[in-house]
Design a protein around this ligand. Structure first.
Ligand code: SF4
Length: 344
């Protein structure tokens, strides 16, 4: 199936989801209200997977109608760091470029669910303003393409944008954050791979949450990117009902390194509106990470991080293996045993 066929057969209505068994007709009235505020889209690759941990990510749920007091429209504070439309500049050396609001799938837990879901791309005049800002701000060494999903843009458009960013002469690396190689692997075409293969290094961070998402077609897409010299990292959101247990995450991270993808971030779920049913506690996340420490090779260990609500940045959140007691440290080993350590 080519990408056009895949796009044509993506499930975008409740009728289509019901036929695919992803939603139940008895919940139709409530789900109409859910999808009025965050649209539906599931690619055939994902709709064809039976694992509940995959289906729960894309099937609308009436619990999305429950908005908790702590939930925010912009949980990681993108808007408070936007010097020009389409750009988030939170850290001195890097900036996030929002090139589209569209995605190949709409994940029900999305931290940008208040802004993604519309058609359209960053306008030419907006991109020109971004280039002007970057030219005047040479401290920015890295631009991160995000969205929505930046790989829904054509290879030609992405290549043209990369040419102009490369011509600035100030960037050391460009990064893409995308779900496409997993959810719509046919989009990783020869043309796209050629557009990414350039002197300016292009890195890719692939959003993947469950081991079954790495289908044979996804594995082939990862291989094409790998052969083109694109370093591959992953980011995973820790989600109740999807992957919030050590067995599922161990299977995912092992599968990723088998396909030459370095697990990079495990995100604590953000406080996005209507996503409380997906959230776990920080203590649960730390317990899962502690269990993985003893079970997985270092190259398969991601960093467990929290985006501090309000746009205050991302920090590792443990678990901690070191604490101070008087004139010495207490170090906890992967099996949970404690040891004394003295430094100078
Ligand atoms: S692909 Fe990314 S941006 Fe798009 S809905 Fe999923 S989490 Fe949100």
């Amino acid at each position: 199936m080519n990408s056009l066929d895949a796009a044509e057969s993506a499930l975008t209505t409740l009728d289509a989801l019901e036929r695919a068994g992803l939603t139940h007709p008895a919940q139709r009235a409530a789900l109409d209200r859910v999808t009025a505020s965050f649209r539906v889209r599931v690619t055939p690759e994902m709709a064809g997977l039976a694992a509940q941990g995959v289906r729960a990510q894309f099937a609308p749920d009436i619990r999305e109608l429950t908005i908790l007091p702590e939930e925010l429209a912009d949980p990681i504070g993108d808007a408070s760091h936007a010097p020009v439309p389409g750009l988030t500049h939170r850290y001195a050396d890097r900036a996030i470029l929002h090139v589209t609001k569209a995605c190949e799938v709409y994940c029900r837990f999305c931290f940008r669910r208040e802004t993604v879901g519309e058609a359209g791309q960053l306008a030419e005049a907006e991109f020109a303003a971004v280039l002007d800002y970057l030219a005047a701000t040479p401290a920015v060494r890295e631009v991160i393409f995000t969205g929505g999903d930046p790989l829904v843009l054509s290879a030609r458009r992405l290549g043209a944008m990369l040419d102009r960013l490369e011509a600035l002469g100030t960037l050391e690396v460009v990064r893409f954050h995308t779900r496409v190689p997993v959810v719509a692997p046919d989009r990783v075409s020869a043309g796209l791979v050629a557009a990414l293969d350039r002197a300016l290094p292009v890195w890719m961070v692939i959003h993947v949450n469950h081991p079954d998402e790495i289908t044979p077609a996804a594995a082939e897409a990862l291989r094409r990117l790998n052969r083109a010299g694109v370093p591959l990292l992953s980011q995973t959101v820790l989600l109740r009902g999807v992957n919030a247990d050590a067995d599922t995450l161990e299977a995912l991270f092992r599968k990723l390194i088998r396909h030459r993808v370095k697990p990079y971030y495990l995100h604590h779920p953000d406080l996005a509106k209507g996503t409380g049913h997906f959230r776990v506690t920080l203590a649960e996340g730390q317990r899962v990470m502690a269990a993985l420490r003893g079970r997985l090779s270092g190259i398969a260990q991601p960093l467990y991080v929290l985006d501090i609500p309000g746009g205050h940045g991302k920090v590792p959140v443990g678990p901690a293996y070191l604490r101070r007691e008087g004139d010495h440290w207490v170090v906890t080993d992967p099996q949970g045993r404690e040891h004394l350590y003295r430094d100078l």
